[in-house]
Structures are given as structure tokens and as C-alpha cells.
Design a protein around this ligand. Structure first.
Ligand code: SF4
Length: 598
């Protein structure tokens, strides 16, 4: 395709730190070449791209100079990167950290296109190159699909008559977004990122762009893969290396990968200029889909670490909504930790030193998401601040991001405010049990709406004064009583916080009555999705596969004698049972409704 309009491709290259907060791997080698060389090599093959611009932090510009001698078939120039405002940068990073494996859907309505979108710098790049259109791709998108990116540009010119941006809902790292120069300039002036153009706005409700011309549809196999093809995490790196090695092996046997009719224009694409490795998008989708919940189809594919870890610091809470753990927790201390016994008889809160020592000794993966929640409210644990400090300082940089989940009804916000001041966590998840005081009291079974409202008003100016960091994620429980208030709650919080979540009550595998409006479990039971993704550690230090195991029937050891990796490996027995379809012989799995939720 040739076009009289000039399309440039832009890549934001930070050689020190990736946009999501992990270390940059742009200079790491894979299949004999540096990551950034793969990416610009692929970009240079995208039909319609006339020039490549690398936006590089000024102090790193020398590291990009060598790339100009790669012999690409389009010109390439490095330009100094004008970073976006720090508050915007922090909000986008925090939001995307919790949704690395999907192109959109995280807190704040951000998308994968926002991760490296620096509005002023991109506007400047468009001006300096006299470009009419801009293609943005992720700097670590080593598997950028040349065919899809070429088709995206063609779609932008020929089929998108409604918006000035065109995208495709591929998994992060497989494609990019194309924008007309005019909107790039406007976004530059107003510091707007793509998610703000595509998100839901209660003031101007309209059709989702997903069903408009702005979205180029692709094979559902590519749009529904919950995986990340930007190699900026250890997990993504391992997956891509494995895909490439497997594909090489397949080619070596002379096998041909089949693809469905009309998936993409050109199915094969090159990973290296010497044609060492080729993959078709169909093969990629298939292989990557197997890597989503690896053990379900292939037990050899279990990742060596979970994506999420939840720690319950206390089982205490001041509300008693539907789905909350029974209030039969015994807080009397026992002389010794009584691991693995039912919660009602075990010591229910550990001294902070246990948590501090354990956190200091763990080597977490670089994409680990740590949530302080469980069945209790972490704000009621008297040593929250010390434990948060320890979590932030854990080995290897600690977890990628930390969330504190609370009902926000404590009468002493000082520890939380101190933690905010010290930047000890990234997301504050707050559950409301109703939009009005009357509904709140009915659902929470306690009249604490006044305290909740007072705490919110104390918190709001502090967070707003920090540019919206930590991110606030308001939640409401969807039960019969809250149904009339869901819409007003959602719209009000979208305006104030940019996001809101509607939760559902669980029945804790039959331990408490089911209070949901409808049972959302699919009709056909399958292996549990959680046991390939997450772990929970109770307030007595016992690790469990999930929060549904209220009586600790499936203990995985405790933090006094076990590491994070031990817990994960011990969980493998349960994975094997689920992979073999034997969940009916496991208590509480046999009565569980939550197996389908990741
Ligand atoms: S099936 Fe239910 S009880 Fe069993 S591990 Fe999964 S979420 Fe937990």
C-alpha cells in the first residue's frame, strides 16, 4: 500500500526503566539480537510507515545512536523525550500494572496504548517530521505483528470514517494504534492519553469504540488472549522465549502451522532478519492461549511464580456484608502458631515481625501484585505501616505494585495517611455497601455510612493534591438492595476517580448463604482458574489456594517455615487434581462457585 500521507512510527525508548515500572530489557538479547533491534526491524517492514522516530530520555540518547546503522529500509531518527507530567505518568503506570495482560479494562480506563504515550513528545515528533499520521507501538513488542500493523494503517485510511484514531484489540504487544496528526497535537496540548478517548464518559455516553470504525477487528483468538507480548516482565520474557524455541523445533520437523481463512493478510512474519525464526499469528495465538492457564492443558507449563499474592493481616472487620467470613474468629492468642487448624481455633493475628522477616526473605517475580485484604480489613491491623514498609523493601525491588483493600470505616486514618505520605502502596481499593446511607446500613449490617463519608472527605483532597496517586478504586457489592443504586454509584465514581468496580458476594463454597442476584458460574464445570494465578496467606500465616477455603482445609504451609516458592510448588497437587477433573473429590472445591473467576 502506498499513501500520499506521511505515516511515522514512534517508539518511546527508555533503556533504564520500562513504563510499567520493571527494568528495561531493550538492550537484552533474544534470538541473537537486542529487543529494540527486533522492534525497529519489524516496524521497518510495516507497510505505509515512512519513518521511525525513537523518543529517548535526553541523558540516554547516545544509547540509541548505534541503531541508525542497522540498515533498515526506512529512515530512523532519535529525538529527545519530553516526559509526560509526573502525576499522569504515575497514574498510568499504577493503573496498567494491575492489567498487564489485556489491552484495556484496568483501573482508570487506561489501555496498553497509554503505557508509553507521552502526549507532548509525540506531538513534537509529529511536527518535526511533518507527519500526517502516527503509529505508536510498545518498545518491548518483540512479536509486533507486521501484517496486523500494516492492515491497521490500511484500515485507518480506508475504513475508519468516524474517529481520528484507529486501533485493534490485540493482546498487548501484538499491534499498535494509529492517530491523525491533528488529534496528536490536541492530545499534546491537553496532556491526554488514548484511554481517555476510548473510555466510558458518563457526561457523554456513546457506543463503545469496540463496535465502531475506529476498531479494526482481528481473529478472536488474538483479541482474547489474556497474555502480554511486551517482554518487559520476566513472565512475558520466558513465554516469548519458549514460543520462539517451540516454533523453531516445529519448523525443524518440517511441520506447517495451519491458519484460519482470513485471519490476517499475510500470516507469516519474521522474528529476525536472517529468518531464523518465523511464526504465524495462528500458531502464536494457539501457543499463547495454552500459556494463559498453563496447567489446564499441559502440566509442564506452570509458571514458577504466581501473578498475585493476597495477604490477610487481620480477620477483623467492622462490617458484616453478605459473603463476609462468619464472625466466629477467635482472636485470643495461643502460645504457639497453630498452623493448618481451622481459623476459629488458630491464632488469628501474627506479630508484625513475622511478616517483616518473611517479606524480607522472599524473591518475588518482577510482575507480582500484592494485595493486603483477605477476610478482614487491613486498616484494623495495628502494625500496617511497618508491614507495608517491609513489603516495599522486599528483595529484588519488592512486588511490582501493592494494593490496600478496605471498608474505610476506621476512626483513625493516621496510619493510612502516613502510608500514603511515604508512598508505600499504589492502589487503595475502597468498598461501599450502598450509595445512600439507608442502603449502606442494610447491606453492611451496621450503620457506618457517616464514618465512611467522613473518611472519604478527609482522604479526597490529600489524594487529589498528590495528582490522584495512589489510585482509588471504589467498589460496590451487587446484591438485591444495591441494584437501584448501581448506575448512580458507577457514574459518580467514574467522574470522581475515573473508575469503579461492581463486586459480587460469594458464598465461600457454601459456608454462608448465597446472596448474589444471579449465579454467574458457567453451566459446565472446569478446572479452577485461580490456582494457576494466585495465592492467599491468612492472618495466622497459613497459605491457602484461595479465599473460598474459609476453614483452611487445603493448607500449603506457613510463613514461619515456608517460602513464597514453597507455597506455589505445594499448590501443584491441587492443580493436578483439577487438571484431571477431580475437583469433586476436593473439599471445598466441590461446593465452590468461584472456580471460573481468575
Ligand atoms: S475451586 Fe474454588 S475452592 Fe477450589 S481452589 Fe478454586 S476457588 Fe478455591
Amino acid at each position: 500500500m502506498s499513501s500520499p500521507s506521511k505515516v511515522i512510527a514512534a517508539v518511546v525508548c527508555d533503556f533504564e526503566r520500562a513504563a510499567i515500572g520493571t527494568r528495561s530489557r531493550l538492550n537484552d538479547c533474544i534470538a541473537g539480537k537486542r529487543v529494540i533491534e527486533h522492534v525497529v526491524g519489524r516496524l521497518s517492514q510495516v507497510v505505509g510507515v515512512r519513518e521511525i522516530v525513537l523518543l529517548v530520555p535526553p541523558e540516554q540518547l547516545d544509547r540509541a545512536q548505534g541503531l541508525q546503522s542497522l540498515g533498515l529500509n526506512v529512515p530512523m531518527r532519535p529525538l529527545p523525550l519530553t516526559p509526560r507530567p509526573a502525576g499522569l505518568d504515575a497514574r498510568v503506570r499504577s493503573s496498567r500494572q494491575w492489567n498487564l495482560h489485556a489491552w484495556r479494562g484496568g483501573a482508570g480506563q487506561t489501555t496498553c496504548f497509554d503505557e508509553e504515550y507521552h502526549p507532548a513528545a509525540l506531538a513534537q515528533a509529529v511536527r518535526e517530521t511533518a507527519a500526517d499520521h502516527l503509529l505508536i507501538v510498545h518498545s518491548h513488542s518483540i512479536l509486533l505483528d507486521v501484517s496486523i500493523a500494516s492492515a491497521l494503517i490500511a484500515h485507518h485510511f480506508q475504513k475508519n470514517h468516524e474517529m481520528r484514531v484507529t486501533y485493534t484489540p490485540c493482546a498487548p504487544g501484538l499491534s499498535g494504534m494509529v492517530l491523525q496528526s491533528g488529534i496528536v497535537q490536541e492530545m499534546g496540548e491537553k496532556n491526554v492519553v488514548p484511554g481517555q478517548l476510548l473510555g466510558y464518559d458518563p457526561a457523554a455516553p456513546t457506543f463503545d469504540t469496540l463496535i465502531r470504525d475506529a476498531c479494526m477487528q482481528v481473529d478472536p483468538a488474538l483479541s482474547k488472549i489474556p497474555n502480554r507480548f511486551c517482554v518487559d516482565t520476566e513472565r512475558s520474557w520466558r513465554m516469548v522465549v519458549q514460543l520462539m524455541e517451540e516454533e523453531k523445533g516445529t519448523r525443524g520437523q518440517g511441520d506447517k502451522v495451519t491458519r484460519r481463512q482470513g485471519e490476517v493478510k499475510e500470516a507469516d512474519f519474521t522474528l529476525s532478519p536472517c529468518h531464523l525464526v518465523t511464526l504465524s499469528p495462528a500458531a502464536l495465538a494457539l501457543a499463547a492461549a495454552r500459556s494463559v492457564a498453563p496447567g489446564v492443558t499441559d502440566l509442564s507449563r506452570v509458571y514458577p511464580f504466581p501473578r498475585e499474592l493476597e495477604i490477610e493481616l487481620t480477620p477483623r472487620r467492622l462490617t458484616a456484608p453478605p459473603g463476609a467470613a462468619p464472625a466466629s474468629v477467635d482472636l485470643r492468642s495461643t502460645a504457639e502458631l497453630d498452623m493448618g487448624r481451622p481459623r476459629a481455633t488458630a491464632k488469628s493475628e501474627l506479630d508484625p515481625q513475622h511478616w517483616i522477616t518473611w517479606l524480607a526473605g522472599q524473591q518475588f517475580p518482577d510482575d507480582l501484585l500484592l494485595t493486603f485484604a483477605g477476610h478482614g480489613d487491613p486498616l484494623l491491623y495495628p502494625h500496617l505501616l511497618e508491614v507495608l514498609r517491609a513489603a516495599r523493601k522486599a528483595k529484588g525491588g519488592g512486588p511490582l505494585a501493592i494494593c490496600v483493600q478496605t471498608d474505610l470505616v476506621t476512626d483513625d486514618l493516621r496510619p493510612l495517611l502516613a502510608a500514603i505520605d511515604e508512598n508505600l502502596f499504589d492502589v487503595l481499593s475502597i468498598t461501599a455497601y450502598g450509595y445512600t446511607a439507608a442502603t449502606y446500613a442494610k447491606v453492611a449490617r451496621v450503620d457506618l455510612h457517616g464514618q465512611f463519608a467522613r473518611n472519604l472527605s478527609q482522604l479526597a483532597p490529600i489524594i487529589s493534591g498528590r495528582g490522584g496517586v495512589p489510585l482509588v478504586v471504589p467498589r460496590i457489592l451487587k446484591v438485591r438492595e444495591t441494584i437501584p443504586e448501581l448506575e448512580v454509584f458507577f457514574d459518580a465514581w467514574i467522574r470522581q476517580a475515573g473508575w469503579a468496580v461492581i463486586d459480587y458476594p460469594t458464598d465461600l463454597a457454601g459456608a454462608v448463604p448465597f446472596a448474589g442476584v444471579v449465579d454467574m458460574a458457567p453451566p459446565k464445570r472446569k478446572a479452577c482458574r485461580r490456582i494457576w494465578e494466585r495465592l492467599l496467606i491468612l492472618s495466622n500465616g497459613v497459605a491457602l489456594p484461595c479465599d473460598q477455603d474459609i476453614d483452611a482445609k487445603l493448607p500449603l504451609g506457613n510463613i514461619i517455615s515456608h517460602t513464597f516458592t514453597d507455597f506455589w510448588q505445594d499448590l501443584h497437587t491441587l492443580r493436578i487434581q483439577h487438571a484431571a477433573g477431580q475437583w469433586q473429590s476436593v473439599d471445598p472445591c466441590k461446593s465452590c462457585r468461584e472456580w471460573h473467576r481468575a
